[in-house]
Design a protein around this ligand. Structure first.
Ligand code: DX5
Ligand code: ZN
Length: 218
């Protein structure tokens, strides 16, 4: 059974809470919150105050995807604001193992994201220390981009590594996922599906959520 993580990047920021209520009512489990700093990625979004404002009003897992430089500097602020799962980019962490430990020390779940060009090999030695790997299926920075097909073998490679190492962690995919291609990523091994434009851009969100679930049965 997959878990769905609508990305608020494609929500209407002038009606954020009511847009999120729609995906919560539709049964989506995770709320994917894209944090961008204009340095690690060429776009700027939101920070801890917005997360703090939503906390307590929404009963979903707050999944905070940090696309920022120096994540160590901000982990405590995101934790205090209400993140349940904090995801850092491998490419942004010089001392990735230390960063993961500091997330765990705050009692939060830790995830590591990999850009499309970053090999699975780079997280092999920390795979036992994390709760989730996020495979970026687009280059981070914007919603509504096209899914990169060559990420399918990469998801498979990660799944094989998890089986080999006997670790039961989540595999999240993010970028260009739609009801049409969800089956491919789930067959490859993904179990948490981020979708921004496909969900918030839909005229019938409940129906789209249903389609995501039906089409992901493998
Ligand atoms: C991209 C973000 C994604 C984005 C996904 O940098 O990390 O979470 O919102 O949007 P879609 O699903 O439209 O590709
Ligand atoms: Zn994201």
């Amino acid at each position: 059974m997959i878990k769905l993580a609508p990305s608020i990047l494609s929500a209407d920021f002038s009606n954020l809470l009511s847009d999120i209520k729609v995906v919560e009512d539709a049964g989506c489990e995770y709320l994917h919150i894209d944090v961008m700093d204009g340095h690690f990625v060429p776009n700027i979004t939101i920070g801890p105050p917005v997360i703090n404002a939503l906390k307590g009003k929404i009963d979903m897992v707050f999944d905070v995807h940090l696309m920022i430089e120096n994540p160590d500097k901000y982990i405590e602020a995101f934790s205090d604001a209400g993140a349940d799962l904090i995801v850092v980019h491998q490419e942004a962490c010089t001392h990735l193992h230390r960063t993961i430990q500091s997330i765990k020390a705050l009692g939060k779940k830790a995830g590591v994201a990999l850009n499309p060009a970053t090999p699975i090999e780079t997280i092999k030695h920390i795979i036992h220390d994390i709760d989730m790997v996020l495979i970026m299926t687009v280059n981070p920075g914007f919603g509504g981009q096209k899914f990169i097909e060559s990420m399918i073998p990469k998801i498979k490679e990660l799944k094989s590594l998890c089986l080999k190492e006997n670790v039961n962690i989540d595999i999240q995919v993010d970028g260009g996922i739609t009801p049409e291609n969800v089956k491919k990523v789930v067959s490859a091994g993904a179990n948490i599906i981020v979708a921004g434009s496909a969900i918030f851009g839909s005229n019938d969100i409940k129906q789209t959520v249903k389609l995501f679930r039906e089409n992901s049965v493998v």
